[in-house]
Design a protein around this ligand. Structure first.
Ligand code: ADP
Ligand code: MG
Length: 867
């Protein structure tokens, strides 16, 4: 919550402050001279002498006799003769100052003069016995107390003695070294350590003075001095509140509001009257006759001489006034050259014996008269009381505000309640109105529905009438309908005709299709026939080759015999060849028979030993003989038992002769027909040797032999318990790779052997998988045979195609191969085989395989192929 207060008086205050600052008027130091009457001693001692001074009070002049014939004349502000009353002295010397103090100025009344000239008499007489004797101090206080109001004003005094630069509190003797504090801004001095006693009546003041005097006496006794050696200072603080009317008078703004008036700070005037009874102005004898050391003497007079110097400086308008040289000058800073109204009374005695002192006193007074002060009103606002007033005002305002706030909140609450009531009232009214409106509309709606129904009924009625009118039109429509149905039956007849024609066309197409399939069948039969023919041709060519070889060998033998007889031919073979020779040009059967004879006559062991003969030709002949023997199943067992197979394998590995390679491979192929031999061949590294041979061979016949041998080895499916081992070995020693490597020669015989090998391998793998001894993907696929299989599945040469078709069927029987077959394109071959294969058993196998594979079926479904 924020409170905002206004102070409309602030501007006014500011204006008044400005006024305060500028209220100063010039005021020269006033100096009066007072002559003491001759005392008893002087009356006697100076009886014969004239006074050293002659006063002319009417001219305010003083004539100082220098000698009997010469005088100096001085003018003063007042010249008070020995007959001047205390009252008059007060009135001319002090009263104006006291009045100024009461008006808010500082004022100083000071007595200067030689000891015994009446300074104390002038200032400090109490006049207890005779009131006419009352001195300036008492009279001043009387005037002050008479003028001030004790309710609003205050008068307080301090009473001090300055002796040897030590300031003592005459109202509290324990307080004997009071420090002077100067306000650095205003230059005003104050004595915060001095006792300040408020004066409320004259009697208490007189008692205070007596107390001070008693303390002064005691102090001087203690200090072993006289009062004439010390300065006495009485300070009277008069604080007065300026009356309302006076303030209003001084106000620049006559229209100030009541609020402003009430918040106007009280104006106070603080006048200070300083009454100074100086120490005697006479010089202290430098010899210290009065029991003081020189230092003490100097110190005693320090303040007085400093005062003289300051007054000299001020009188001469000197730039530097040594105010800070002594405590007295610091205390009287405002009295000379300051803002106070100052009145100095110089006291002199009449005695010509003291002319010197009197002269110096007069000169001091003369100089003091030249000192100009700028009187300044000591007026200020009483901000403390204003602050108190404002606090009270603030409290009132806060209370008022809180009261208003509460009232406001109550009002808000009331308004809120009223508003809520009004809102709910309005809501009720609105709801009522809405309901009324709704009912009205409902009624209207029902009425309009009713009207519409009536209208509809009327329309229906009218429509009935119109129907009668349109009867003739209906007849026309019936006629048209008839025409339409006629047209429709004609169209239907035409459609039937078209359908008939279509079915005839379909029948024609079907008969064409059956003719096509018939021709396909015939073509396949033709292909089979061609294949068989090819095979026979192949066999014929092989037999021809063998025949050629035999005739060549026979020629060779003959030539050798003609050249040098049997000595050059190894012994065993000699008889063998001689046995062979008569039959070389005979038929194959005759040859076989001769070989058999040879075998019987020479002995197997001998023939086999020739396989290791030094002579290459002999080795060639020997291997041919062994090959021929191995072609006969009845010889195979014997050859193997006699170590022929081992020898053949050794020869295959050691020889570099292509003929040996071809013939040996053929022999091994024949021996590999037997499953026992197959194991033996493989255990003796036959696959590796055949693979190497295949890699090095160029002759298609050699390759055909090698491929045939490997194909036979691939067909080892009988020993299923060792199947996986053998298959892995076959593959591990590069059998499949060797087969695939041989296809590059392109010879159909070689390709047919490769296809047979692959089909054999796939068949065995399939069996093993079915029996659970083989898991995982086909090794054929692993070794990369699939692309070749797919490429050749529909090979023109029927032996190749048939083997591959079988191989595809075997591979497809295992789901583990399905994914590879799909990606490799074998699925389409399988589909083709199942539909187009000329051999029914293969076709059936393909179809069964295909329909039992979820993967293939899913793929066909995915490709939206109806199978
Ligand atoms: P101071 O204070 O200057 O030393 P005092 O005031 O003590 O001198 O005066 C010395 C003596 O002279 C006192 O006895 C005093 O009563 C007397 N005296 C001084 N002035 C007058 C005067 N104007 N009329 C009568 N007696 C006076
Ligand atoms: Mg005195």
């Amino acid at each position: 919550m924020i409170y905002i207060y206004y102070f409309p008086c602030s501007v006014f205050l500011f204006v008044n402050l400005m006024c305060l600052c500028s209220s100063s008027v010039p005021g020269r130091v006033r100096v009066a001279v007072r002559l003491r009457p001759r005392n008893a001693e002087e009356s006697v001692a100076d009886a014969d002498f004239a006074d050293c001074v002659e006063l002319q009070p009417e001219f305010k002049r003083l004539k100082l006799r220098k000698n009997n014939w010469d005088t100096d004349t001085y003018e003063f502000d007042e010249v008070l003769t020995e007959f001047a009353s205390q009252k008059r002295v007060y009135e001319v010397v002090a009263k104006p100052v006291v009045e100024s103090v009461l008006d808010g100025y500082n004022g100083t009344v000071m007595a200067y003069g030689q000891t015994g000239t009446g300074k104390t008499y002038t200032l400090g007489r109490l006049g207890e016995e005779d009131t006419t004797d009352r001195g300036i101090i008492v009279r001043a206080m009387e005037d002050i107390l008479a003028d001030v109001s004790l309710e609003s004003d205050s008068v307080s005094v301090s009473y001090l003695q300055l002796y040897m630069e030590s300031l003592q509190d005459l109202l509290d003797p324990t307080n004997d070294n009071i420090s002077i504090v100067e306000d650095p801004k205003s230059g005003d001095v104050s004595l915060p350590g001095a006792t300040l006693v408020e004066i409320r009546d004259q009697q208490s003041f007189l008692e205070l003075l007596q107390l001070g005097e008693a303390h002064r006496y005691a102090a001087n006794t203690r200090l072993n001095t006289e009062s004439s050696r010390s300065h006495a200072l009485l300070m009277v603080h008069v604080k007065r509140s300026v009356k309302g009317r006076e303030l209003a008078h001084s106000s620049q703004n006559g229209n100030s509001t009541n609020m402003a008036k009430s918040l106007r700070p009280t104006l106070v005037r603080k006048g200070k009257l300083v009454v100074v009874d100086l120490a005697g102005s006479e010089r202290i004898d430098k010899s210290g006759s009065e029991g003081h050391t020189l230092e003490e003497a100097k110190s005693i007079n320090l303040s007085l001489s400093a005062l003289g110097k300051c007054i000299n400086a001020l009188a001469e308008n000197s730039a530097h006034v040594p105010v800070r040289d002594s405590k007295l000058t610091r205390l009287l800073r405002d009295s000379f050259g300051g803002t106070a109204r100052t009145s100095l009374v110089i006291t002199i005695g009449p005695s010509p014996r003291h002319r010197g002192e009197t002269t110096s006193t007069i000169m001091f007074g003369q100089r003091a008269m030249k000192v100009e002060n700028m009187l300044k009103l000591k007026e200020e606002f009483d901000y403390k009381s204003l602050a108190r007033k404002l606090d009270i005002q603030l409290d009132k305002l806060i209370m008022e505000h809180e009261r208003k706030q509460k009232a406001f909140e109550k009002e808000i609450e009331r308004i809120t309640t009223d508003t809520q009531n009004q809102i709910s009232e309005a809501e009720r009214n609105y709801a009522d109105a809405m309901e009324k409106e709704r009912l009205k509309y409902q009624k209207d709606y029902m009425e309009s529905i009713k009207k519409l129904e009536e209208k509809w009924m009327m329309n229906q009625h009218k429509l009935g009438e119109r129907k009668d009118q349109t009867a003739s039109t209906a007849e026309e429509v019936a006629e048209l309908k008839k025409l339409l149905s006629k047209e429709t039956s004609l169209r239907k007849a035409a459609e039937e005709e078209v359908n008939n024609l279509k079915s005839q066309l379909a029948q024609l197409k079907m008969s064409e299709a059956s003719a096509n399939s018939e021709s396909l069948k015939l073509r396949k039969m033709l292909e089979d026939e061609a294949y068989r023919k090819e095979k026979l041709e192949g066999e014929i060519s092989m037999l021809q080759t063998q025949l050629l070889q035999l005739s060549f060998e026979a020629d060779e033998t003959r030539r050798r015999l003609d050249r040098g007889g049997p000595g050059k031919v190894p012994g065993g073979l000699d008889s063998l060849i001689s046995q062979v020779r008569p039959q070389v040009n005979d038929s194959v059967n005759e040859e076989k028979a001769s070989i058999a004879n040879l075998f019987e006559q020479v002995g197997l062991q001998k023939i086999l030993s020739l396989l290791e003969a030094e002579d290459a030709d002999v080795r060639i002949h020997a291997v041919k003989v062994v090959a021929n023997l191995a072609a006969e199943e009845s010889n195979q067992q014997k050859i193997v038992e006699a170590g022929g197979l081992t020898s053949l394998l050794l020869l295959l590995g050691s020889s570099e002769d292509e003929t040996i390679h071809r013939v040996a491979a053929g022999a091994i192929a024949n021996l590999a027909m037997n499953e026992t031999n197959q194991e033996l061949i493989m255990s003796e590294g036959g696959i590796r040797l055949l693979s190497i041979t295949a890699a090095n061979a160029e002759d298609p016949q050699t390759l055909r032999m090698v491929a045939g041998a490997i194909a036979n080895l691939c067909g080892n499916g009988k020993l299923l318990d060792v199947f996986d081992k053998l298959q892995n070995k076959l593959r591990g020693e590069g059998g499949i790779k060797a087969l695939l490597g041989m296809v590059k020669c392109g010879h159909p015989d070689v390709l047919a052997q490769v296809a047979r090998g692959i089909a054999n391998f796939a068949k065995c793998e399939s069996r093993a998988s079915a029996q659970g001894s083989k898991t995982g993907r086909s090794l054929l696929i692993e070794d990369g045979a699939l692309p070749w299989i797919v490429q050749n599945a529909n090979n023109d040469a029927s032996p190749i195609r048939r083997h591959i078709e079988l191989a595809v069927c075997h591979l497809a029987q295992h789901e583990v191969n399905a994914r590879d077959m799909i990606t490799g394109g074998a699925l389409w071959e399988l589909v083709r085989i199942s539909q187009d294969c000329s051999r029914e058993d293969i076709r059936t196998l393909a179809h069964r395989t295909l329909t039992s594979s979820p993967t293939f079926l899913a793929e066909l479904r995915r490709l939206r192929i109806d199978y």
